[in-house]
Write a protein that binds this ligand. Sequence first.
Ligand code: ATP
Length: 332
Amino acid sequence: TKHLAVLTSGGDAPGMNACIRAVVLNAERAGYDVSGYLRGFNGLLDNERITLNAERMHNLIQQGGTILHSARCEQFRQSAVRKQAADNLNAAGIDTLIVIGGDGSFHGAHALKEHWPGQIIGIPGTIDNDVDGTDATIGYYTAIETAVSSIDKVRDTADAFDRVFVVEVMGRHAGFLGMSAALASAADFVLVPELFEDASASLQQIKQQIIQRQQSRGPVSYVIVLAENLWPNGVNALCKQVADTTGLEAKPVTLGHVQRGGSPVSQDRILAVKSGTFAVDLACKNISDVMVGIQNDRLVTVPLEETWQNQKTLGQDACKTALHLMNQRYID
Ligand code: ATP
């Protein structure tokens, strides 16, 4: 019998378990033996592998995290190290490797081809939604929900005390999570990489808005959503600059790793089930070196190489609409 292995790599995301479940159920039904490697590519190097079967998948779809654990594996960038991984895969008799992760993980998986003739299929799983070739990634929808429910709470206390808050959300170098969270929570201002020009221009806009509102309404609350890795010297620096510019105290809230956890929302579970099922279909058809993507509600295959070559960014139309709603100036 053929042997299929699955692993989760890079930043963990809610819905990875739902995807593992879909892969295992479908592969078992298609007659494969199924294994899971632990801790991303580290499992390939250490031969940390467990047997997976349908029984083990029971009651798993709603669980956050990943039962296979995830990790980075910096040494996987070395060819000699990947050779070791290939030898281990051959020794274990693996025919197909399914990698659930982000574009970095797909880069690593593709590089394995140099030494390993087996079949490689990627499934995008990251809260950042920053993988080119797919409209959505597993975990993104849950992270939006988590960020929005947190910002709603920040808004309550901001209103009660007429305070300014800056909420930092994840997203790596893309603004998907920040923009979605800001839109859905009706934030007053959003700072994401795709729309960021310079700090002083943004501070001026923030000051103008706050002053206008104070003039018409008196004391106001104001919530700014800030994407991580964007503001020079971070969220605390922004708070201080807002305070210096407006004379109002600004408080930082960093949502951090809370955004990576929790039970996946239905959209992520459904995406995980569709993607995992499609990946096993491709395995049965001997298709290799591709990522499973979803584009305009259709499942597609994207060459792995294309997934990291271009930085996927927010659509300009969506940005303009969003900023208009927030009375924020669009900088072309
Ligand atoms: P996320 O963006 O959600 O964190 P990711 O998969 O993009 O997910 P990375 O840390 O970029 O996360 O990559 C995960 C792992 O993939 C790395 O730790 C490394 O093992 C492997 N990897 C990344 N880039 C390469 C590369 N150029 N060559 C070989 N392996 C790589």
